[in-house]
Design a protein around this ligand. Structure first.
Ligand code: HEM
Length: 208
């Protein structure tokens, strides 16, 4: 295969950069809030609250940019789960990450102008972008404006439920971030992945 493929439009690249910075800021301030003490381990409580709120509001607007850009640029076409044999291909991809890559096997997926995500990327981006990000954003706004939250949910404090759901979703996003960064380096050079998400061009030599 020859020639570079332009797969990441400018708006998606800007969203992704801001998103990464904001999520990292939210993790640092969120962990600091979780372990708030008189002598703070990470950041003073007030500083964490203020910056967590600012980053959270910015993340919400940035998420709106992602949704708009996804429709306007047609980027969401890459998220469509196509049969046949999606689950089979997903399993093959997972097997490659678990064993194949260490045995020097050929990458089971080839990026093309119609498919930029392998099945595992597709399903994880789906969960992250359309389930956990909305959950963390909606519950975050609920915690910012507690009057918006139902007083009682399933017989317990609505705010408490909102808080627990927010923390679990945030934790899952933190795990995703670590795995995502790791998997972006598997089967290709680390610099190539960064080049792809900063220039928009997928270099065919990466894995094709
Ligand atoms: C320092 C942090 C990060 C780095 C280095 C990084 C790296 C990358 C790279 C190299 C790509 C292009 C290859 C691919 O599609 O897998 C990518 C795409 C993507 N990343 Fe990240 N990422 C980071 C943070 C995040 C975070 C925090 C999220 C979401 C919570 C995220 C979600 C995504 C999504 C959804 C795509 C596909 C975008 C699209 O084309 O529609 N990334 N990332």
């Amino acid at each position: 295969m020859s020639g570079k493929l332009y797969l990441y439009p400018g708006s998606i690249r800007i969203w992704h950069l801001l998103n990464a910075v904001l999520i990292i800021g939210l993790i640092i301030t969120g962990v600091s809030l979780q372990y708030a003490a008189k002598d703070p381990i990470l950041l003073p409580f007030r500083v964490s609250i203020t910056w967590h709120n600012i980053f959270g509001v910015l993340l919400s607007f940035n998420y709106a940019l992602y949704l708009i850009a996804g429709f306007v640029t047609g980027n969401f076409r890459f998220y469509i789960i196509r049969q046949p044999r999606f689950w089979h291909r997903l399993f093959r991809q997972a097997r490659y990450y678990a064993f194949g890559v260490f045995r020097g096997e050929e990458h089971p997926f080839h990026v093309s102008e119609t498919e930029k995500f392998n099945p595992l990327q597709k399903i994880s981006y789906w969960f992250v972008m359309f389930i956990f990000m909305p959950i963390v954003i909606v519950t975050g706004w609920g915690l910012l404006y507690p009057d918006l939250v139902a007083h009682v949910i399933f017989g317990v404090s609505g705010l408490h439920v909102t808080d627990i759901v927010h923390i679990i979703a945030g934790f899952i996003l933190s795990i995703f971030l670590v795995v995502h960064i790791y998997l972006c380096t598997v089967g290709m050079k680390w610099g190539d992945a960064i080049k792809t998400i900063s220039t928009g061009y997928h270099h065919p030599l990466n894995d094709d």
